[in-house]
Design a protein around this ligand. Sequence first.
Ligand code: NA7
Length: 561
Amino acid sequence: MSKTNGVVTTPTSVDVLVVGAGFSGLRALHHLREKGYRTHLIEAGDDVGGTWYWNSYPGARVDIESLEYSYAFDDELQLEWEWPERYAAQSDVLRYLQHVADRFDLRRDISFGERVQSATYDEASATWLVTTDRGEQWRSRFFIPAVGFLSTPYVPDIQGRESFAGQLVHSARWPEGGIDFAGKRVAIIGTGSTGVQLIPQIAESAESLTVLQRSPMWVVPLQNTPMPEEYQTRIKARYPELRRRELDESFAGNLLVDFDLRSSETRSALEVSPEEREAEYDFRWTAGGLSLYTSFTDLIFNQEANDTLREYLERRIRQLIKDPTTADKLIPTDYPPLTKRLCCETGYYDAFNRDNVHLVDTKADPIAEITPTGVRLESGAVHDVDIIIFATGFDAATGSLKRLNITGPGGRTLDEHWADGARTHLGLMSDAFPNMFFLAGPLSPGGFFSPPLQSDYQVQLIARMLDRLAGEDAVAIEPEPAAVEDWMTQVDAVYNATLLPKAQSWWSGANIPGKPRQFLYYLGGFAAYRNACEQMFADEMRGYRRIGDHASAPAATSSAV
Ligand code: NA7
């Protein structure tokens, strides 16, 4: 160990240091260790799970089906594991990842409850020196911050926040032991996916719930059910086909619709009759989850096509809400459906039919301050409460990387290098930061493809790159600036061909004041992404600069590197 009574001694050497024990980091540890790389993982939480460890608020669950939102790399694992619900609750995803950690004996190479404070590249030895808040130091040839794209909570700097005398909580830092809402007056700020999941849960037991909504989201039914045994058995029998098609033909890594595999629709919303269109929307609405995304080919490209979905959703939502004025407030007017992440609900609209739930439009009457007793709006209206929940989202994609204080060659920090926005090639590596690889990183498919499947592909690709590097007698690798810029142009081009620029969200950094505006994910689909990666690899890792052997390289290298 590198620390004795608080005094830092020699860093512990490994080949690969991974940060974060979520889906990506666990798979990285598992695969790279299997490939012979001495790998260690540092995790700030006290257990595995990543985002599924931290987001333990009531109602948290997946909105890609459990049978798909899971690892595919091990047949026995995916066949043996029994999912209790169609859409797994947070506690079940956590239980699954704990099982994975135990089954593959991952914990022996994980430090829990330890946070990385800095990661600095040493050019002379071509290694990363990583320091943690326990004073531990690690030296590694390769550094993989697998810190997730939604893991740094964003708490808006609302005046008076510190003065609140009651309980103030961010949804992603839910207190262990939960919160007892019974008899309490509660306010919630934020109505994204998290707010949509939390609101019905709080409404059931709180004395009153004030929902402070700045922008409504497009919200559709999740249609969760206990897992039908016959369904789970039938889909597991088709796993080879399902997993292949998730990668080859699905956009987001999911194919299950209405309890079966279903190819994406190949028709335009405008080429079918209004009756056929209505039938297709009805089918998807009733099937639930995110399936509306794939109802027609042109919903995110063509405004006229998208308008047909808007009209349908408005009608459906109005049927669910008793009070027309409340319905008006809950229906978005300033951005088209699907241009922000669709939210999936279980009892969300119904919550607004309850007498103890009050919807406040804070675009019309913005929050002025938080007082010791509640929230005051600019109109002077006051909402006195006992608990304030911030369901205000995350500094996505780049926020968690920033917190690691990463410094590359020549003392240049990642913050400085990315001052105008994230710069990566294929979402895998940044120029000017050798031997650092991202998983589901900025400008990868990221939030647009199932994390378990994406990380599996990327981890295997990284292992292949490391193997090839070793064969070339090179000690370091980084993408050329030109390759990075070319990829950034491709990411922008795909984004600009869609309707997504009409909306503001965490996808484009718009939710964080002062954050550079940049679309943070590659929207070309996973198959196109994988093709680009494979072409790069087949073409002698084109666009990547190799740095030669270092006579002075320390013992961070193993036989595998
Ligand atoms: P989101 O989707 O970023 O939602 C955050 C919500 O918080 C959204 O309603 C915001 O309103 C609201 N917000 C943010 N800042 C403020 C301030 N300053 N004042 C008032 N309201 C504010 O985060 P989630 O956690 O719900 O979901 C993140 C992802 O997790 C989701 O997309 C899924 O992929 C899973 P706004 O819309 O900005 O007006």
